[in-house]
Design a protein around this ligand. Structure first.
Ligand SMILES: *Cc1c(COP(=O)(O)O)cnc(C)c1O
Length: 376
């Protein structure tokens, strides 16, 4: 088979993933375990490779969204405990056992079903229970007494963790996180009063860890974004950040064509851009099918030859056009940076998200499967 050149690719730094994990561990301190979240193919950084890096760093827990994501990791030899966070469908229960995955259970009735399955297989398999402390999404709103009765009814299943998830943890103008902690702690105290204890208590993703909201830490934390080098900016007056991480991913595209266009010429679909003077343009081998937000049409920028180069006209499905008048040395086949740094110039997922009217998570997860991954 012929060799294919890379048109658009991401470079993921294993060392940066590892050092972000070490920074998280250090910020959390002794007595709090870190369970990196590698769902959604590790926010497109590649779940298998990222998990391997993290296992080499000594992680004991990883978190994914689905049974399928967990099975993929097991199939690649990942040995760490794997928590499946975003629920499972009735037909997937057996798979949890088969692949040695730990489910998060979101309804009290499901405790008995899980226990019955464990009993049928003679398995003493663990589960975590999620409390809806105010997020209003997945999680049980049952009273402690009802939960305690279900847990005490288990003959095989092992109640190993109690968790919740915050809706507004980055918003320091909102009282919601404090209220959620209060509701969670009340359920937890209610369970303890019933004599029901669990080994792990976890509430926090990246933000409460990064801004040191210690009352929400428990003894296990679930950071995703920070593993990949991001901490969203807070709203309002947040305490000083106690975590320093760096983006682990850079996204590149090759230059397909370079040409000079005269004043008055338009660029791309809908003639959204019209040159008011002669300029040099470069056509890049990546478009919205690769994950460049269409909303960056005529407003985003990339880095070409170490300098910012504006996106001209519409981002199309497979190509994007930029202004390279300021970079006369650029050649066909050169790489430009869509996300990442060249010298002093840098663009991160948060900046792209602001311009595109989305969130940095969406920018990372939007990098499509067509974009090859290279580990450096
Ligand atoms: C995705 C997710 C996380 C990780 O959140 P980050 O903001 O990326 O750190 C933690 N917990 C749950 C339940 C999640 O769904």
């Amino acid at each position: 088979m012929a060799d294919f050149a890379l048109r658009s690719w991401v470079e993921v730094s294993r060392e940066t993933i590892a050092s972000n994990y070490r920074a998280l561990k250090q910020a959390a301190g002794a007595g709090v375990e870190i369970m990196p979240v590698v769902k959604a193919d590790a926010y497109r950084h590649g779940a298998v490779e990222v998990s391997r890096v993290l296992e080499r760093e000594g992680v004991r827990w990883l978190a994914v969204s689905s049974v399928e994501e967990g099975a993929t990791l097991r199939g690649s030899g990942v040995k760490a405990r794997i928590l499946v966070m975003a629920d499972f469908l009735p037909g997937e229960r057996e798979g949890l056992l088969e692949y040695g995955l730990t489910p998060v259970i979101h309804a009290v009735e499901d405790i008995a079903s899980w226990d019955a399955l464990c009993a049928r297989h003679g398995a003493r398999a663990a589960f975590h229970l999620k409390i809806d402390s105010g997020m209003g999404r997945l999680g049980t709103r049952a009273e402690a007494a009802q939960i305690a009765a279900a847990v005490k009814g288990c003959t095989h299943a092992r109640f190993e963790g109690l968790m919740t998830h915050f809706a507004s943890s980055a918003d320091y103008t909102s009282a919601q996180t404090g209220e959620q902690v209060g509701r969670f702690d009340a359920v937890r105290a209610g369970l303890e009063a019933e004599g029901v204890r669990t080994e792990f208590v976890h509430l926090s993703s990246t933000i409460p860890l990064a801004y040191g909201r210690r009352e929400a830490w428990g003894n296990l934390m679930r950071p995703g974004h920070a593993i990949y080098g991001y901490v969203s900016p807070p709203r309002g007056e947040a305490p000083r950040r106690i975590l320093d991480v760096r983006p682990a991913l850079a996204w590149k595209a090759a230059v397909l064509a370079i040409k000079d266009i005269p004043a008055g010429a338009s660029v791309g679909y809908g003639a959204m851009y019209r040159a008011d003077h002669a300029i040099r343009i470069a056509v890049l081998a990546a478009g919205y099918a690769d994950g460049i937000p269409h909303r960056l049409s005529n407003r985003g920028r990339v880095i070409a030859g170490g300098r910012f180069a504006p996106i001209l006209g519409a981002v199309s499905m497979d190509v994007t056009t930029i202004d390279v008048t300021g970079s006369p040395e650029l050649r066909v086949g050169d790489a430009v940076t869509l996300l990442g740094a060249e010298g002093e110039a840098s663009i991160d997922a948060q900046q792209i998200a602001r311009l595109a009217g989305t969130i940095s998570y969406g920018v990372l997860c939007g990098i499509s499967a067509r974009v090859k991954r290279v580990y450096v």
